[in-house]
Design a protein around this ligand. Structure first.
Ligand code: ATP
Ligand code: MG
Length: 316
């Protein structure tokens, strides 16, 4: 079973205006709502590939109810902890020329009892054979070691953990020791370099990036999938390094491409596909995600057609 965890989900409200006018009244039109959150995106990708997952997270107030209803409308199963504070709504305003202006709320504060409820729920999912995907930012009220604690608990229970986080939350999780560290991670280039304190002046080579990933394998991570946007991806495990160029596609929105990569990888793992097939699926799914509006996943048919064009090369 795959479980995705979104601790700081949002109701995404998208609207249009001709021009954004600061200091004036802007009348919004074509207002639409969508379920936002990286774990939800991962679940949507898994479903597009014919798999199933349960989306877990916090939801509060009317916005939280709407969020859960939208998740259900996508055909996804969810198991949320209801909280006292209200789920945030993030506003994305698209101007006539296509420029995007975003207004993001900080998100609700999680109370200690609510956190314990979530922890308990997850511990129920922490069985051997299950894959738990932890992704995205942490809400107020939860410490930077939250993913570390979850990773240690879930791995202790026999589950595999996939983490997609950045900054302090990633750092703490990677310092959990070989038995508690996440099994799988998917940093992008910026997140990996930030973790190692390397300034990205554009001269960092792929050989160097692969070395940094290898250092993480040395700490107990089983697979590091380094995504590099339109430059493709590098996959590193204890056996070697694989390189995959990005597939040429007509890009509509690359937001959430990383989540699609994560979803495809865990779906491939769950099906027991050979590793290189998992990488190929990840490349096809993430490129496909770039061709859709917003964070919508690509269709299975598009992924299948892109799969015929993927190239995975073992370079070390
Ligand atoms: N312009 C593009 N053309 C083709 N494939 C792309 C493009 N941008 C991204 N991808 C695919 O998506 C993968 C993930 O992209 P990226 O590195 O931007 O993820 P990310 O920064 O984690 O994104 P997010 O967190 O918004 O989901 C890339 O490794 C690549 O396979
Ligand atoms: Mg990402």
């Amino acid at each position: 079973m795959i479980v995705t965890v979104t601790l700081n989900p949002a109701l995404d409200k998208t609207a249009r205006v001709d021009t954004v006018r600061p200091g004036a009244l802007n009348r919004l039109r074509d207002v639409t709502l969508d379920a936002g959150g990286k774990g939800v995106n991962v679940s949507a990708m898994i479903r597009a590939l014919g798999g199933e997952s349960i989306a877990v997270g916090f939801s509060g107030g009317g916005a939280g109810e709407e969020l859960q209803a939208l998740i259900a409308k996508k055909g996804l199963r969810s198991d949320f902890v209801r909280i006292a504070a209200v789920t945030r709504t993030n506003l994305k305003v698209v101007a006539g020329d296509g420029t995007l202006t975003e207004f993001n709320e900080p998100g609700p504060e999680i109370r200690p009892g609510e956190w314990r409820e979530l922890e308990q729920k997850l511990s129920g999912y922490g069985a051997k054979g299950n894959i738990i995907v932890l992704s995205g930012s942490l809400p107020a009220g939860l410490d930077a070691d939250t993913y570390q604690k979850l990773s240690v608990m879930l791995r202790g229970a026999g589950a595999a953990v996939f983490l997609d986080a950045d900054g302090e939350a990633l750092r703490r999780a990677l310092e959990s020791g070989p038995d508690g560290v996440p099994d799988y991670i998917k940093p992008n280039r910026y997140e990996l370099l930030q973790y190692f304190g390397v300034t990205d002046d554009g001269t960092v080579t792929e050989t160097r990036l692969a070395e940094l990933c290898r250092a993480l394998i040395g700490r107990g991570v089983k697979l590091a999938a380094l995504s590099m946007g339109e430059a493709g991806a590098i996959f590193v495990n204890g056996e070697g390094v694989w390189r995959a160029p990005a597939l040429p596609v007509q890009v509509r929105s690359s937001v959430g491409a990383g989540d699609s990569m994560t979803g495809a990888l865990v779906r491939g793992f769950e099906q027991g596909l050979p590793l290189e097939r998992c990488f190929a699926l990840a490349m096809a799914a993430s490129a496909g995600a770039c061709t859709t509006e917003g964070t919508n996943p690509p269709s299975r048919a598009l992924v299948d057609s892109l799969l015929t064009r993927t190239r995975i090369e073992k370079i070390a």
